[in-house]
Design a protein around this ligand. Structure first.
Ligand code: NAD
Length: 457
C-alpha cells in the first residue's frame, strides 16, 4: 500500500504546503542495501568518566569502517552520536550526557542515529547507580521525539555478566556480544525502530565471515510467508544467506510457491491450527534439513469486534493462530531437539499487545501472550543456548492495515516520531538481526518496530 501523502510531501509543492500549514513532515528513511556503509557520515563517540565500553566500542566501530571524529571539528555533521554512559553512578553525573548531546543536537545528518549504552539497573552496585542508569531511558526516548528528519535514538543496556570489560576479542575490536546490535542500530536496517531499550546479556555470539550475509548456512522457518510481513521476511532472510522454509495455509499455496521460488526456498502448505500441524512440521524439518536454526512465528490473524459483540469463534480462532499454535510448535520442536544450540525463536507480537486496542480484545490478548511467551521461555532456553525474542510492529503498510477506515488509518500512520507507517521490510530487518548467530547475547527482548508510536509508549 502506498502512502500518497508521504510522496506528495517530497514534491516542491508538497514541501511548501507542509511548511506553510505546519503539517506532519514524514522524512524519507534510510533503508539498508547490501554493501551500504553503516552510516551516512562520521560518528562522534563520547563517554562518561569510568565507562567500560567506550574503548572497545571505538575499536569495533573503526574495524567496521566507521569514521570517528573529533568534537572540536567545527561545522561537522554526524551520521551518529554514541555515548557510553556505563560510568554514570549517580544522578548528578547525568550532566555529562547533557554536555555531550547539547552542542550536537542540530549536527545530526538525516536518518542519523543516537545510541546510548548503559548498565542494566538490576545489575547496578548501588541504588543511586541504578537510579541514574534508569534515568537514561527518559533522555533517549525524548531525543527520539526531538531530533526529527528520520533520526532514531536507542538505549542499549549491556550486561556486566558478559565479561565485556576484559573480553580480549572485544578489546581487539573483532567479535563481541554487542557488535551485531550496534551494527543493526546504526545501519538502515533499523530505519523504523526508535525509542527502544535493548538488553544485551551473556550468550554465545559468533561473528559472520561476511556481515552482508549474516545468516549464511542457517535454516530458517517463516510462518505466514505467503504475503505481507512474512513474504518480506522470507526475502530479507534469504538475501542475508539463510535457507528459508516458507509456510502458509493451503489456500495461499500459489502465493506461497511464488515467494519460495523467488528466493530458492521451500514451501510448506500447512494450517498451523490443525491438530497434527506440529508433528507434520517437525517431520518435514527433520527429514529435509535435520534441524531448524531459526523459528519465526509470524502468521497471525485479526477478527475484530468489541467484546460485547464478539462471538466465541472469533475469540478462539485468534488465540489459537496467534498464540496457542506457537506454543504447541515450540513444544514439539524443542522436545525433538530440532532447534540446536545457538538456535532462535522469534515471535511477532504487536503494539496492540502492549497498549491494548478497542475492538481487539482477542488480538491484544494473543499478542500480550506472545510477550509472556518470550518472558517465560527466554530464561529456561538460555541454558540450551537458544534465544527467544519478539518484535512488536506498530503501523505497517500491509493489506491488514489497508482495511482500516481512512481517518483511523491516517492517525495510526502519523502518530509516531517518524510521521509515517513502516514497511514490511522494516519488521523483516529487525527479525533478521535477532536471528543472526552474532546476536546470541540478545534474548528476552520485545523490540517495537513502530517509529516510536505514541500508542503504548
Ligand atoms: P497478513 O494477513 O498479510 O499475513 C499473515 C499470513 O499468515 C497470511 O499469509 C496468512 O495466510 C497466514 N496465516 C494465517 N493463519 C494461518 C494459519 N492458521 N496457518 C498458517 N498460516 C496462516 O498479515 P501481516 O500484516 O503480514 O502480519 C504478519 C504478522 O504481523 C501477524 O502476526 C500480525 O498480527 C503482525 N502485525 C502486523 C501489523 C501490521 O501493521 N500489518 C502490526 C502489528 C503486528
Amino acid at each position: 500500500m502506498t502512502d500518497r501523502y508521504a510522496s506528495f510531501v517530497q514534491s516542491a509543492a508538497g514541501r511548501a504546503l507542509v511548511k506553510r500549514l505546519g503539517l506532519p513532515d514524514p522524512p524519507r528513511l534510510r533503508r539498508h542495501h547490501p554493501g551500504d556503509p553503516l552510516l551516512p557520515g562520521p560518528a562522534l563517540l563520547g563517554a562518561a568518566s569510568g565507562g567500560r565500553l567506550a574503548e572497545p566500542l571505538a575499536k569495533m566501530l573503526t574495524a567496521a569502517g566507521v569514521e570517528l571524529t573529533d568534537p572540536a571539528a567545527t561545522g561537522q555533521r554526524y551520521g551518529a552520536l554514541l555515548f557510553d554512559a556505563t560510568g554514570v553512578t549517580d544522578s548528578t553525573e547525568l550532566r555529562q550526557l547533557y554536555d555531550f548531546f547539547h552542542p550536537q543536537a542540530r549536527a545530526v545528518l538525516p536518518s542519523g542515529r543516537v545510541v546510548v549504552l548503559g548498565t542494566p539497573p538490576r545489575e547496578c552496585a548501588t541504588p543511586r547507580e541504578a537510579t541514574a542508569q534508569r534515568a537514561l531511558e527518559g533522555l533517549v526516548r525524548s531525543i527520539g521525539k526531538e531530533f526529527g528528519r528520520g533520526t532514531t535514538a536507542q538505549l542499549v543496556y549491556v550486561s556486566r555478566a558478559d565479561g565485556t570489560a576484559d573480553d580480549p576479542a572485544l578489546a581487539a575490536g573483532t567479535v563481541t556480544s554487542l557488535e551485531s546490535t550496534i551494527r543493526f542500530l546504526l545501519s538502515g536496517r533499523s530505519a523504523y525502530v526508535s525509542g527502544q531499550v535493548v538488553r544485551v546479556g551473556s550468550g554465545t555470539a559468533s561473528a559472520p565471515a561476511d556481515w552482508d550475509r549474516p545468516l549464511d548456512g542457517q535454516v530458517v522457518l517463516v510462518t505466514g510467508a505467503a504475503r505481507g510481513i512474512g513474504a518480506a521476511l522470507a526475502k530479507v532472510l534469504a538475501r542475508d544467506g539463510a535457507t528459508v522454509v516458507a509456510l502458509d495455509i493451503p489456500a495461499a499455496g500459489d502465493a506461497l510457491a511464488a515467494v519460495a521460488n523467488d528466493i530458492g526456498g521451500t514451501a510448506v502448505q500447512l494450517d498451523l491450527t490443525a491438530p497434527d500441524a506440529p508433528t507434520r512440521l517437525a517431520e518435514h524439518l527433520a527429514s529435509r534439513h535435520g534441524r531448524v536454526d531459526v523459528v519465526v512465528h509470524n502468521a497471525g490473524i485479526t477478527r475484530d469486534k468489541t467484546l460485547g459483540r464478539m462471538d466465541a469463534d472469533r475469540w478462539d480462532q485468534v488465540i489459537d493462530v496467534n498464540l496457542s499454535s506457537q506454543e504447541r510448535i515450540n513444544d514439539v520442536l524443542l522436545e525433538r531437539e530440532l532447534i540446536p544450540t545457538g538456535g532462535r525463536i522469534i515471535s511477532v507480537s504487536s503494539i496492540a499487545g502492549i497498549a491494548g486496542n478497542r475492538g481487539q480484545t482477542n488480538y491484544a490478548t494473543s499478542k500480550a501472550g506472545v510477550i509472556g511467551l518470550v518472558d517465560s521461555l527466554a530464561p529456561t532456553l538460555r541454558e540450551r543456548g537458544i534465544s527467544v525474542n519478539a518484535v512488536a510492529p506498530g503501523f505497517i503498510e500491509t493489506r491488514l492495515t489497508a482495511r482500516i477506515p481512512l481517518v483511523v488509518r491516517e492517525a495510526g500512520r502519523r502518530m509516531n516520531s517518524l510521521a509515517q507507517g513502516g514497511l514490511p521490510v522494516d519488521v523483516a530487518e529487525t527479525i533478521g538481526w535477532l536471528a543472526w548467530p552474532a546476536s546470541g547475547a540478545v534474548s528476552g527482548n520485545v523490540v517495537r518496530v513502530c517509529g516510536q508510536s505514541l500508542l503504548g509508549a
